[in-house]
Design a protein around this ligand. Structure first.
Ligand SMILES: NC(=O)c1ccc[n+]([C@@H]2O[C@H](COP(=O)([O-])OP(=O)(O)OC[C@H]3O[C@@H](n4cnc5c(N)ncnc54)[C@H](O)[C@@H]3O)[C@@H](O)[C@H]2O)c1
Length: 256
């Protein structure tokens, strides 16, 4: 008996990183997943590696029509949608006074509007299933503890946090059986993190040390550690938890 038996998830950013690992764990726990991503071939290859209860669909989270198509593809393949993981996101550095305006807009578009689009299209589909459902959005340690060099990213993830709570309260007020929560990762070893290490001006060892130091547990996290928190929030084990934040950051949001 798996934690996700009978549940069907659509995961944005499901080709790799945290979304890819969440997809793997969801299938391991008995559920079915549709992996939505702009990297369609990578998502298809990942889905193929997970077996019959996984499939992939092209999805740019900025595009509402593609969200509609992704939800339709999920229902066509697996019969329903019970779970939405809004994971797709980008992180580009830049302080308020010099951040490139295109970068600012791109970050808000993907991280905030992309998550809004997913909630907008995903909620009615989950309600249509007639089952208890869950939406898990991905924030960041930087939503709780903004970084001076990450204006757009910190702002977009703080906004995702407020959006999640707003939707959670709306669902509760309407007696919709859908819970909405946010998971806030610290630095997690994914392709995104590897790009940050590669871009660091000093040595690789210095870069790793800097990232480790930002977490009281003194290391960065694993995608699986985030995915397992997401699975708990998507499962019936968290049935009284909504409008909440779970940090998976080795204590980083509260470091001294
Ligand atoms: N890795 C970290 O250190 C870290 C820390 C805090 C929060 N996060 C958040 O976790 C989420 C996943 O991060 P990750 O480290 O796995 O990133 P990643 O870059 O390793 O993977 C992101 C995935 O999202 C997809 N994607 C990007 N833009 C998209 C779009 N417009 N539409 C659909 N798919 C798109 C990419 O193709 C990729 O498959 C992001 O929201 C990120 O902000 C990551």
């Amino acid at each position: 008996m798996g934690m996700m038996d009978g549940k069907v998830a659509l995961i944005s950013g499901g080709a790799e990183g945290i979304g890819g690992t969440a997809g793997q764990r969801f299938v391991e726990e008995g559920g079915s997943v549709m992996l939505g991503d702009i990297q369609l071939e990578k998502a298809q290859a990942h889905a193929a590696s997970l077996g019959e209860r996984a499939a992939a669909v092209e999805l740019d989270v900025r595009n509402l029509d593609q969200w509609e198509a992704a939800v339709a593809a999920t229902k066509a393949k697996f019969g329903k949608l019970t779970t939405l993981f809004n994971v797709a996101g980008i992180s580009e550095p830049g302080p308020v006074d010099t951040v490139d305006l295109e970068s600012w807009n791109r970050t808000i578009d993907i991280n905030l509007h992309g998550t809004f689009n997913g909630c907008r299209v995903g909620l009615p589909a989950i309600l249509e299933s007639g089952e208890d459902g869950a939406i898990v959005n991905i924030g960041s340690m930087l939503a709780m503890r903004p970084g001076s060099q990450f204006a757009a990213y910190s702002a977009s993830k703080a906004a995702v946090t407020a959006l999640s709570k707003s939707l959670a309260l709306h669902c509760a007020a309407q007696n919709y059986p859908v819970r909405v929560n946010t998971v806030h990762p610290g630095a997690i070893d994914t392709p995104m993190y590897q790009r940050y290490l590669a871009a660091y001006p000093g040595s690789h060892e210095e870069a790793v040390e800097v990232f480790n130091r930002n977490h009281p547990i003194k290391r960065v996290g694993l995608a699986r550690e985030v995915a397992d928190a997401m699975l708990w929030l998507a499962s019936d084990a968290s049935s009284f938890t909504t409008a909440n934040d779970i940090t998976v950051d080795g204590g980083g949001s509260y470091r001294e």
